[in-house]
Write a protein that binds this ligand. Structure first.
Ligand code: ZN
Length: 326
């Protein structure tokens, strides 16, 4: 039985897991990142988490095939270096791969966390059916993250920065985006954009059931609140939701033209809206998709939940181990 360790590096916590060769978590732990103490402290905490979680399952690190680390931000994959990480102070050109390999004595694979999450769903989640070899994942949260699996492997692009599905331009000269472009998908279809449009409607005095909730929850709403109100028949919420699902459905059609995936997986807080979200996105997709051939892609929710980060990190280590590249 092969064992992998997945490490998920977040701004607040490091999650670690021992994962078997089928992508099942056998032991997990969470430890503080100590991000404010700088890169050295974070690297030490990562290595400690790997050792501790192996011990928790009764393994020494020697019995672990490989370690995968999911990290935020752009990565130089050839050098094993994190180029920048917005939520980790001091993280510029940090040699993550080499540092964890030296501290643990095991082969280490590093991956961008959004790509790792897509690989996790491919390996052990929504896409685990072995006939699925090509999968695209969109994470609908503060922004729209993305990962693309082509013929069973993570796609990195020519410079290592692919894919940035959330920054596909959907509207020429549209809403400004933090990336410097205008009209990006995430400016319209993220959970944040959905909530922002609902709050704007409340603030200009439109009649909506969301107002009472917004005032009760000290001026906060979740994307699920907006979807629930739409489902219950609130016309303002329905308009907001229609905009979000329209952009998502159109994005799915474009993704199909580019990558021809067998499956598009949505993750993130917005998928709590359930069938109401997916039925609408599928309907828009069907209407917008080309008519040359029938659509065969499945548009489905992610399945891994809380363990997605560690399973995804282990998945990239498993993939490289299987390929004989370690
Ligand atoms: Zn953008």
């Amino acid at each position: 039985m092969a064992h992998y360790i997945g490490l998920d590096l977040g701004g607040t916590n490091i999650k670690a897991g021992v994962i078997d060769e089928f992508g099942r978590p056998l032991a997990t732990l969470s430890a503080p990142t100590h991000a404010d103490e700088g890169p050295k402290a974070v690297l030490a905490a990562l290595a400690d988490a790997a050792r501790s979680v192996a011990k928790q399952y009764g393994l020494t690190l020697d019995q672990v095939n490989a370690i995968g680390v999911g990290a935020p931000g752009p990565i130089d994959f050839d050098a094993g270096v994190v180029l920048a990480a917005p939520n980790l102070p001091g993280w510029t050109n940090v040699p993550l791969q080499k540092s964890i390999a030296q501290a643990t004595g095991r082969p280490v694979v590093i991956e961008n966390d959004a790509n790792a999450a897509a690989m996790g769903e491919f390996w052990a989640g929504a896409g685990q059916d072995p006939t699925i070899r090509d999968l695209v994942m969109l994470t609908l949260g503060t922004g729209v993250g993305g990962g693309v699996i082509i013929d069973g492997h993570v796609y990195h692009g020519g410079f290592g920065f692919a894919p940035e599905i959330g920054h596909m331009i959907m509207v020429v000269n549209g809403e400004p985006c933090g990336c410097g472009q205008h009209g990006c998908l995430e400016s319209y279809a993220s959970a944040t954009a959905t909530i922002r449009r609902a709050i704007q409607a409340i603030q200009v005095g439109e009649a909506t059931s969301l107002r009472a909730l917004y005032e009760k929850n000290s001026h906060e709403l979740s994307a699920k609140d907006v979807f629930d109100a739409a489902k219950a028949g609130d016309t303002v919420a329905q308009r907001v939701v229609d905009q979000t699902v329209t952009y998502l459905g159109v994005a799915c059609a474009s993704i199909c033209r580019l990558y021809d995936p067998q499956m598009i997986v949505f993750a993130g807080g917005m998928i709590l809206a359930g069938d109401f979200l997916f039925d609408h996105v599928r309907a828009v997709f069907k209407q917008q998709n080309w008519k040359l051939l029938p659509a065969r892609v499945q548009i489905v929710p992610a399945q891994l939940g809380n363990d997605a980060g560690i399973i995804g990190a282990a998945a990239v280590a498993w993939d490289r181990d299987q390929s004989g590249e370690l």
